[in-house]
Design a protein around this ligand. Structure first.
Ligand code: FES
Ligand SMILES: [Fe+2]
Length: 353
């Protein structure tokens, strides 16, 4: 049996698995940390998540149909409730208790479906990211999802260093000389890594405020980026355009990532700008996907990779890697039960695989 390459993941965290609006009464398959999961809603609207593998002969339950609050396997019709208990085996009277599929802790928040691939006894709702702008009056939200054929770490790198913006992004970036702005400040707060940069050349017309961009890494694979108007000598946010993006980089496998994001900005009452922002987000995401996939592909074809030559701007990304290594070590040392997937020693964050 070949070991999956997915064992270098931190498991005891929430991972955004789907956009909440996409989950309804039709079972949907999604992948998290190399494992398929089936998502559906009960008649009450409450979410259910099960490992997407029938207890009988391992067909994906996501091919099946819902009967009330139960999912019927498409292959031989076994039925399972939302806790994974088998409730019906066609042609059999008795149902052995061993016939069950594993339920996965699931929660709906911020317009996403989050699942917890780790130990159910460690589920901790306080580990969901705090991101109040999706509920803040006067702010519009735009949720998007795309698949990136690259490990999530390369996307975290991309978001923790915005010096690429001018070069990669045709709408957002041109003239955004982030790489020439004031030096980036980086710091840690608990498990989080933060950076910020003052774009003093990007002044808001008719005011003395400038754009301050920033990022917060929430381990293992969430980044919040923001742009807010600031003024010299004041910490307060000044009047003007504010935007924040919550980027959730959920490993589908060790080599691919479901990139789910929501952008919030304070122009909700200006519909023509809403359409323009949606367009900008779509284009920006596609541009990041293109460069990151090309970068990853280039790393994969090399028989042996020369070391990266990092610069000052890479500091926050490197700090984020260290936080993840630390959490992963802790998780391995304190493991108390099997989360349902084999845990083996694997190289930490080895991106060459
Ligand atoms: S594989 Fe699901 S019922 Fe047989
Ligand atoms: Fe980008």
């Amino acid at each position: 049996l070949q070991r999956p390459a997915e064992d270098g993941f931190i498991r005891n965290r929430w991972y955004a698995a789907a956009l909440a609006r996409d989950i309804d009464r039709k079972p949907i398959q999604t992948w998290v940390l190399g494992e398929p999961v089936v998502l559906f809603r009960r008649q009450s609207g409450e979410l259910a998540a099960l490992r997407d593998r029938c207890a009988h002969r391992h067909a994906p339950l996501s091919l099946g149909t819902l009967i009330g609050d139960e999912i019927q396997c498409r292959y031989h019709g076994f039925q399972f409730d939302a806790t994974g208990r088998c409730t019906k085996i066609p042609g059999e009277k008795a149902i052995p208790g061993t016939v069950r599929v594993q339920a996965v802790p699931v929660i709906e928040a911020l317009g996403f479906v989050w699942i917890w691939p780790g130990e159910p006894s460690r589920v901790d709702e306080s580990l969901l990211p705090d991101f109040p702008l999706t509920e803040t009056p006067g702010f519009a939200s735009y949720h998007v999802a795309t698949l990136v054929e690259a490990p999530f770490e390369l996307i975290v790198d991309n978001l923790m260093d915005l010096t690429h913006v001018h070069f990669v992004h045709r709408i957002l970036g041109v003239g955004n000389l982030i790489h020439e702005s004031e030096p980036m400040r980086t710091w840690e707060e608990g498990d989080r890594v933060l950076y910020s940069r003052d774009l003093k050349q990007a002044r808001h017309e008719g005011t003395d405020s400038f754009v301050q961009i920033g990022g917060t890494f929430i381990p293992p694979s969430i980044v919040i980026t923001s742009g807010v108007p600031k003024r010299d000598g004041s910490d307060e946010i000044q009047p003007g355009p504010v935007s924040q993006v919550l980027h959730c980089l959920t490993p589908k496998t060790a080599r691919s990532t479901n990139y789910l994001a929501v952008k919030c900005w304070n122009l909700a009452d200006r519909p023509h700008e809403v359409a323009a922002v949606h367009h900008q987000v779509d284009v920006t995401l596609a541009e990041d996907k293109e460069i990151i996939e090309a970068q990853y592909n280039n790393r994969c074809v090399a028989a042996s990779l020369p070391e990266e030559r990092l610069i000052r701007a890479d500091r926050a990304a490197v700090m984020a890697r260290r936080v993840n290594d630390r959490i992963l070590r802790f998780e391995r040392e304190t493991k108390t039960e099997s989360p349902g997937a084999p845990a083996v020693e694997a190289p930490v964050n080895d991106l060459s695989q």
